[in-house]
Design a protein. Structure first.
Length: 480
């Protein structure tokens, strides 16, 4: 049994694809997302076809008008794919021919689906990555605003999930903003590498028609043209790199989710999540689950899987375009759409969380987290750090044996451990004093943390500016 279709090929074939083959080959159910970008690139292509006199101006005018009508119809949903359309390109050409008859097919001159889809895909990802950058800025703002509220609050710092040293809790929170800022900077770098047009490469070797790829690239808002026509149609580095950025964003958000899940547990009891970002249990009426945090953790595995899947698809492809690249879009669409769904919920969860200051302060000195202050006291007295470290460790051992905390060591205990260890050390065995002493540029003192957050806020403003510029530029191009 065969399946009729509105294929963009078929002259040398005696029959249409068998139904199972057509179903396997069909991609319009997912690549329809590229329709606005395909229409935009088609408008740019028509301009070059007309300017180079490849098609007459009257034909170009009709095609241009029909394409603009299709733009509105696609946007409103009044035009869409049907069961006979193989992909987004064939569906839109069908729409042109329904409006214009056979002259609608004139737009295909000098263009292949190979360079067409590579162009559409880049345009789509540029649009979406700008949206992701904008959502990341909102997340970064939510983190820095929350961190600012807790700069003067002391809490245990952790390594290996064990109490390490006291820190400003604002410092602990703000670390996530630095990670998000790097994610935004990666998108800016990605845009510089990816903002090049494949259009004009044809199937793989360019075109014998007098096309002007540079002009088309300029009209589409690209920085230039992909230099090698074979590379233009086979390259999916831009997609893989976008998936890497999304996967790393996912990892960073997963770490946030893990900490919020722990902090809101009964065992920690530090965080109180807003009801709007929590859910309950169908059987246990008392439950308040940190679902936004848990879903954030879960999504990261999906993002990493999509990256791994595309890299595996890409790794064995020889020469120019191969049909394997039909598999490039769904993982990208999935990651983009899920990240854009996730980011507002995580930002909202962070912005509405409150923390128990008293409980964090009480926990800060536990687990002998101030032992390093004893070592530093001895270093300031001229004791080599290796000896000071041993003495501080011995203090902990004595405390464990007696079931006491460091500040409860007697003068006799201290002097027996090291002759230069006196009762004066007790004034340093204070969590707030410990964090206030760490005044280096990247340290955890409240003064240092405030300066760090000020720098983050400056970076947020700078990033917001380039994102707005790119969005306005790109939106202007889309409206042409």
């Amino acid at each position: 049994m065969t399946q009729s279709s509105s294929n963009l090929w078929g002259g040398r074939f005696s029959s249409s694809p068998e139904a199972s083959m057509f179903a396997l080959s069909r991609s319009v159910h997912f690549d329809w997302r590229l329709a606005p970008y395909d229409l935009r690139s088609s408008l740019a292509h028509v301009e070059v076809l007309e300017s180079q006199k490849i098609i007459p101006s009257d034909v170009a005018a009709k095609i241009r008008m029909a394409l603009k009508e299709l733009q509105q119809e696609v946007k409103s949903g009044s035009f869409g794919p049907n069961e006979s359309d193989e992909d987004v390109h064939s569906a839109l050409e069908r729409g042109l021919k329904e409006k214009l008859g056979d002259i609608g097919g004139a737009i295909r001159a000098g263009r292949s689906r190979n360079d067409q889809v590579a162009t559409d895909f880049r345009l789509y990802l540029i649009d979406q990555m700008i949206d992701i950058a904008s959502s990341l800025i909102l997340l970064e703002k939510a983190i820095t605003e929350l961190a600012t509220n807790y700069v003067d609050d002391v809490a245990p710092g952790f390594t290996h999930l064990q109490h390490a040293q006291p820190v400003s809790f604002g410092h602990e929170l703000a670390k996530h903003a630095h990670a998000v800022a790097r994610d935004v900077s990666r998108i800016a770098d990605w845009l510089k590498r990816s903002n090049f047009s494949p259009l004009g490469a044809g199937a793989l070797s360019g075109s014998s028609l007098p096309l002007q790829p540079e002009k088309t690239a300029e009209n589409l808002g690209f920085s230039g043209v992909v230099a090698n026509s074979i590379d233009a149609v086979m390259d999916r580095d831009f997609a893989a790199e976008a998936l890497f950025i999304i996967a790393l964003v996912g990892v960073h958000i997963s770490r946030i989710g893990e900490e919020w899940t722990l902090w809101s547990s009964t065992e920690f009891g530090w965080a109180k999540l807003d009801d709007a970002f929590s859910t309950g249990s169908s059987i246990m009426p008392q439950k308040k689950n940190p679902d936004a945090a848990e879903i954030a953790r879960g999504k990261s595995g999906r993002f990493i899987g999509n990256l791994t899947g595309l890299l595996t698809t890409m790794k064995g492809l020889a020469f120019a375009y191969n049909r394997d690249l039909q598999e490039d879009k769904e993982p990208v669409f999935d990651s983009v759409e899920n990240l854009l769904l996730l980011l507002p919920a995580v930002s909202g969860m962070i912005a509405t969380t409150t923390f128990d200051r008293a409980k964090m302060k009480a926990a800060a000195p536990l687990g002998f987290s101030l032992a390093t202050e004893i070592a530093d006291f001895l270093v300031k007295a001229g004791v080599p750090f290796s000896q000071a470290h041993e003495a501080a460790g011995a203090c902990v051992k004595v405390c464990e044996g007696k079931g006491i905390e460091l500040h409860q060591l007697t003068d006799s205990d201290l002097s027996s451990i090291h002759p230069q260890l006196t009762g004066d050390v007790r004034k340093y065995l204070d969590a707030m004093g410990a964090i206030s002493a760490r005044t280096s540029i990247n340290g955890t003192s409240p003064a240092s943390v405030r300066k760090q957050i000020t720098e983050l806020d400056k970076q947020i403003k700078e990033d917001s500016s380039w994102i707005a510029d790119e969005r306005n530029r790109f939106s202007g191009m889309m409206s042409q």
